[in-house]
Design a protein around this ligand. Structure first.
Ligand SMILES: [Zn+2]
Length: 393
């Protein structure tokens, strides 16, 4: 089965290309924010939901106005894609998976997406619309044989590094089936706790980096505003930040790949960001460790490699339920790390007990149906090809 997969590389644009990219990023950001304002206003003032098509038509009108001619100086494709990105942000918001979309800021990461009609792919090089020369890409690993990019996203992070993410379709072979299954829970003291008792990724893992970051931030704060030294210090902060993000992503990818390789079925608790915001402590912990990014990696890797990911409703009492006898506690404060069941006397580590419950209920759900039980509540992703039913004679 063909799967979409993104390959990311470092890019070294020429000064001229940097200028074109800077303008493109700026226009994309403008259009994104303009459309977000439009959608928000339409919703609040007229209780109306605007879709891509509506906003796209208004963009065409906007570009005709004299004050906005500069929007026509760059390729129109990334602007259309910015509208698509916003549409996606709204879809995940309405599904309760992400908070309400926010305005893009100049000082954050910048990006622009080009679909295949806005770049030329020739002899392993990529030339973007409005550019005369191909991009200087450092091919740290090869694209799969015969791959043809369907879209590319150029980005610039806060540390002034440029990247290209190339989307290709490729055949990914399923792994050999295994009988092993596992439950994974988001630990409070650690990143992931498995139902077999394994505890992975202590926050101290990143402690050194965080000390470095704090030091760089203090130095930055001491510099005079608007000075050259302050900009230098800002870049230093951004670089430490970038390294932390890179490391976490790397960690998350290695772990998700390992779990997918080792297990046929993986059960996790799904988190609803919407409800997480209510607990500031927890929401920080979650954003810090990037649980949702980790789960989405598990999700697409399960589909690639023919594994199953079972997501359990967050409202299932995984922490408060005794795995041994099924007794459910009335409450279990966040700071309680271990507890003893009043019913059967079993002593539990909070996170391991939760992971065991997630594992058990996940398997029950998966074996019972292998598909959604209640829409939006328990979702299972199965990489197994559907059995075709032959008509009985
Ligand atoms: Zn018990």
């Amino acid at each position: 089965m063909k799967q979409k997969r993104a390959y990311k590389y470092r890019v070294y644009p020429t000064p001229e290309q940097q200028q074109i990219l800077a303008r493109t990023f700026g226009c994309c950001r403008f259009v994104y924010n303009w459309a977000l304002r439009l959608k928000t206003d339409a919703y609040y003032n007229e209780q109306q939901r605007l879709y891509y098509k509506d906003v796209s038509e208004r963009l065409t009108d906007l570009k005709k106005q004299d004050d906005y001619r500069w929007l026509s100086e760059i390729s129109s494709v990334p602007l259309q894609q910015a509208l698509r990105h916003l549409d996606k942000a709204f879809i995940t918001f309405f599904e309760g998976r992400t908070p309400y979309p926010t305005f893009h800021k100049k000082r954050n990461k910048q990006s622009a997406t080009y679909t295949s009609n806005a770049f030329v792919w020739r002899n392993g090089t990529i030339t973007l619309a409005k550019m005369s020369d191909p991009l200087n890409i450092r091919w740290s690993r090869p694209l799969p044989d015969g791959a043809v990019p369907s879209s590319v996203t150029l980005s610039k992070d806060c540390a002034n590094r440029y990247f290209i993410s190339i989307l290709v379709e490729e055949d990914i072979a399923h792994l050999d089936p295994t009988g092993k299954t596992v439950g994974a829970d988001l630990g409070l003291k650690s990143f992931v706790v498995l139902s077999n008792g394994e505890v992975i990724g202590n926050p101290r893992f990143f402690h050194k980096d965080e000390n470095k970051l704090a030091k760089a931030q203090r130095r930055h704060a001491r510099k005079k505003k608007g000075s050259k030294n302050r900009e230098k210090a800002r870049l230093k902060v951004a670089r430490v930040h970038a390294r932390i993000t890179d490391r976490r992503r790397d960690f998350s990818h290695k772990l998700s790949t390992r779990l997918i390789r080792e297990n046929q079925t993986i059960c996790v608790e799904s988190l609803h960001v919407k409800n997480m915001g209510k607990n500031p402590k927890l929401s920080k912990a979650i954003s810090d460790v990037g649980w949702s990014a980790f789960v989405s990696q598990l999700e697409y890797k399960a589909a690639w490699y023919g594994r199953n990911l079972v997501k359990i409703d967050k409202w299932y009492p995984s922490s408060k339920r005794c795995f041994d006898c099924g007794h459910v506690l009335d409450s279990l404060p966040l700071d309680v790390r271990e507890w003893t069941c009043p019913e059967c006397g079993a002593h539990h580590d909070r996170d391991i007990n939760a992971a065991k419950n997630v594992h058990a209920v996940g398997l029950t759900v998966f074996n019972a149906c292998g598909e959604a039980v209640r829409p939006g509540a328990v979702k299972t992703t199965s990489g197994k090809p559907r059995r075709s039913r032959k008509p009985s004679k």
